[in-house]
Design a protein. Structure first.
Length: 233
């Protein structure tokens, strides 16, 4: 399967709108929060309560379903913790007919947190079932991924995120963010711009005023707000 290619011009247009709202001090603080979160995850084996609560996708799983899923997800958690991405995808792909969307989000979130070289396949990054998310906004046509299996699709997402990191480095964008986290911060900024733009276009400019400040939206997409002053190990 051929991957889409990151469009540097499209990416630049989104970041031109985002960067005035994300100055170097804001980006540096966000980078510190992301790095601290990774260190916290690496330092302790979190209990299941925290594994659900601290992952953004966890809020989509009710208490009864959580209890039912936990025994099955224990090996998934271990593979994510150990950075064994290929085996993790194989575990998920064996589910018939397909893993629920929250599971891909949840599993790759923990994979990314412990090993930031791997991409987090969040719903706002790319929704395979609808072709939406931040990645299509900066890569264009991703239709070849419509019917791809879980492992193949995640490989394509991973490749695109890595290529995005190379584009950011070559264009000197978001330089206050470390290499490990720069691609995900860029995607969050792209999607936040999209959210504000679409809300203003479909409703009214006044409606966007009910949104939190732009940096808070970016942090929320990245799940940082779940960890600040709430972490328990």
């Amino acid at each position: 399967m051929n991957s889409a290619v990151v469009d540097a011009e499209a990416l630049g247009e989104f970041l031109d709108k985002a960067e005035p709202l994300l100055d170097s001090a804001v980006l540096a603080a966000l980078d510190r929060s992301l790095a601290a979160r990774t260190e916290r995850v690496r330092a302790a084996d979190l209990p299941w309560e925290a594994r659900w609560r601290l992952a953004p996708a966890g809020r989509r799983v009710g208490p009864e379903d959580r209890a039912r899923w936990e025994p099955e997800l224990e090996p998934v958690w271990r593979l994510a913790a150990e950075g064994r991405a290929d085996e993790l995808m194989a575990q998920l792909e064996r589910r018939a007919p397909a893993p629920p969307p929250w599971l891909l989000d949840w599993a790759t979130y923990w994979l990314y947190l412990r090993h930031p070289r791997f991409a987090w396949w969040a719903r706002w990054v790319y929704r395979q079932d609808g072709g939406t998310g931040a990645l299509p906004l900066v890569t264009g046509d991703m239709s070849e991924m419509d019917r791809a299996g879980v492992g193949e699709a995640y490989g394509a997402v991973q490749q695109e995120v890595r290529f995005l990191g190379s584009v950011l480095e070559s264009t000197h964008r978001l330089g206050a963010v470390s290499d490990d986290h720069r691609p995900m911060v860029a995607l969050a900024a792209v999607y936040a711009v999209y959210m504000f733009t679409m809300s203003a276009w479909k409703l009214s400019e006044e409606f966007t005023k009910v949104f939190p400040p732009f940096p808070v939206v970016v942090s929320t997409l990245l799940g940082v707000n779940r960890w600040e002053a709430r972490h328990s190990g």
